[in-house]
Design a binder for this molecule. Structure first.
Ligand code: FAD
Length: 74
């Protein structure tokens, strides 16, 4: 890193773009259908808050466990 710029707002609120819920639902369905080796998590797959991040992480972990269990049962 060679530099930084600081912006200060007197008030601000994170927002989620219109259509995000549908895009996230489509992504989750694609993971359930295709069982990819990489499963994404993060606030961009939920809402821009830490509790949402935890939720996406738990969902991704559950998907990974589901895939693991399926591979063990053949
Ligand atoms: C100013 C501010 C205030 C906030 N206040 C609150 C609050 O009060 N309450 C609340 O619930 N939420 C708050 N949030 C939101 C919360 O911080 C985020 O929703 C949460 O941190 C997102 O977690 P994340 O794991 O998805 O992403 P991040 O926490 O951004 O983690 C992503 C990580 O990936 C790393 N990374 C990025 N690109 C690469 C790469 N190419 N290779 C390797 N690593 C990479 C980054 O360095 C970072 O460490 C705030 C956010 C901001 C910006």
């Amino acid at each position: 890193m060679t530099g930084a710029t600081v912006h200060r707002w007197s008030a601000a609120l994170p927002w989620t773009p219109v259509g995000q819920a549908a895009r996230v639902a489509a992504y989750r369905e694609s993971v359930a259908a295709a069982a990819p080796r990489v499963i994404l998590a993060g606030d961009y797959l939920g809402l821009p808050f830490t509790d949402s991040v935890v939720n996406t992480g738990q969902w991704a972990a559950a998907q990974a466990l589901r895939r693991l269990a399926a591979s063990r049962t053949g």
